[in-house]
Ligand binder design. Structure first.
Ligand code: PLP
Length: 469
């Protein structure tokens, strides 16, 4: 970069050297990041033991005197890069996450240099936030008049949707949480499915809604709420939590059968769609979440299927007023802009997460997004078929991008999980589902190819063969 123009307009030598150092570091970090990405496909997916042990190098006392930032970056790369789990090279099947989309990653680097506080006082962050929110709502087929907000992940998005619903239900009953708090408020009834995600339970607890007021509805063999057992006596003080995408099986609750009745009786329906909500973005998969658009609020993740950097979640609320009631903040030194990110979520100051979502959606378009959803679902079915052909037991039909398999018995399944981690061809997590230990494989990485699927299935079956001896 030519910095002479900079030198001409600035006369302060400290400022010039500070800016030059920043430019040099950004360039160096980008070079190292590029080389990390180039090497990633050639490394074991889970870091080798010696690389993990070498992390002890970071464990020093707080230095009294600092070092040059270049040296710090070099140390981070030397010890840190080697001990990463390779999530962005197509063979990481853990949790429900994959690699970051290239356009989103590049946008994050640029937005990092912009250094904007999206919460207040950044025209570009607010403008892109408005567009990205609109695009997300449209991609998910949700009501165009709904309000959306970016935040730190599905747990935060769940919490935001839940407090919007809590405050709206209480407001309709004549109780203002802002004025009178929660103590002495009318008691809410909360209804969840038996396989509700821990994130939603945590969010309920943070919202002041405890276990004793939560009712659980039985789920079926796929892990979706059984509509026949759903209570028909919910009322105007009932908050219902449904799920788009069971974290083990990918199954979604029968929204079309449940939501209309709950809303007619005055209740609020929040949907935890951390990853499963994105099925709505694909014409081929949308039937999985039929009726999800009927709810009052939705939570989803950016850092799962949408392939945005961590930590990125999105809450969507049907009526903007309900989101603002729960989240608006006023301070005399902050100009009040109703739709600013600070009034749509829990954080005030925040980085411009919407920029990454905008970049991803701008670079893929609606068709590219649908193709990503469909491709990963196809790979999930291929993976399940290959494992089943090798004798593994597929525990639930593959609905979306999740594959759940067991090997002989619980002890063997855990041994296969450990062997796969050690082998390094791919990585998958463990879980317990319907009383059985299982391997959970989530195909969430846009980089995954059919070859990755075949090589991973082969490696897993080999590990099983070795475990059996
Ligand atoms: C259904 C569901 N809800 C919530 C979460 C939590 O998401 P996060 O870790 O982004 O808070 C997950 C994560 O896997 C999930 O699958």
């Amino acid at each position: 970069m030519d910095t002479t123009a900079l030198d001409r307009t600035r006369t302060n030598p400290t400022s010039i050297s500070h800016t030059r150092e920043r430019i040099g570091l950004i360039t160096e970090a980008a070079r190292r990041a590029g080389s990390y990405v180039a090497n990633a496909p050639h490394r074991p997916v889970y870091p080798p033991r010696d690389a993990v042990e070498a992390l002890a190098a970071f464990d020093t006392p707080l230095p009294t005197r600092g070092r040059h930032a270049r040296e710090v970056l070099a140390e981070l790369d030397a010890f840190g890069s080697a001990a990463t789990t390779v999530v962005n090279a197509g063979r990481y099947f853990g949790f429900v996450t994959g690699g970051t989309d290239p356009a989103a990653q590049a946008a994050a680097i640029l937005a990092g240099a912009w250094d904007q506080n999206a919460g207040a006082g950044s025209p570009v962050a607010e403008a892109i936030d408005a567009v990205a929110c609109r695009w997300v709502i449209q991609a998910l087929g949700l009501p165009s008049t709904a309000a959306a907000a970016f935040n730190g992940g599905a747990t935060v998005a769940n919490l935001t949707g839940i407090i919007a619903g809590r405050d709206a239900l209480l407001a309709r009953a004549g109780w203002s949480v802002a004025r009178d708090g929660l103590q002495g408020a009318p008691r809410l009834r909360v209804v969840v499915g038996d396989e509700v995600h821990a994130s939603a339970l945590k969010a309920l607890r943070l919202a002041g809604l405890g276990e004793s007021q939560i009712e659980r509805v039985p789920t079926d063999a796929k892990g979706a709420v059984d509509a026949d057992h759903f209570p028909q006596d919910t009322d105007a003080l009932t908050l219902v939590l449904l799920q788009a995408g069971n974290v083990n099986t990918g199954a979604s609750d029968p929204f079309a059968q449940i939501i209309p009745g709950v809303r007619e009786r005055g209740g609020w329906v929040h949907v935890d769609g951390a990853f499963g909500l994105w099925a709505a973005a694909s014409p081929a998969m949308a039937a999985q979440v039929r009726g999800v658009d009927l709810a009052d609020s939705w939570a989803t993740d950016g850092h799962k299927w949408l392939s945005l950097p961590y930590d990125s979640g999105i809450v969507i609320v049907r009526e903007a007023e309900d989101l603002h009631r729960a989240c608006a903040a006023h301070a005399p030194y902050i100009p009040f802009a109703g739709n600013s990110p600070m009034n749509k979520g829990i954080q005030i100051s925040q980085r411009a997460r919407a920029v990454e979502a905008w970049a991803m959606l701008a670079s893929h378009g609606a068709e590219g997004l649908a193709a990503l959803i469909e491709r990963t679902c196809t790979h999930a079915r291929r993976l399940a078929d290959a494992l089943a052909a090798g004798g593994a037991q597929v525990l639930a039909p593959v609905q979306l991008n999740q594959v759940l398999v067991a090997f002989d018995d619980d002890v063997t399944t855990d041994a296969v999980l450990a062997a796969v981690e050690e082998d390094g061809t791919c990585w998958a997590g463990g879980t317990t589902w319907h009383g059985r230990r299982a391997m959970r494989l989530s195909v969430s990485d846009a980089a995954t190819t059919a070859d990755d699927v075949d090589a991973s299935a082969h490696a897993i079956l080999e590990c099983w063969r070795r475990v059996r001896g």
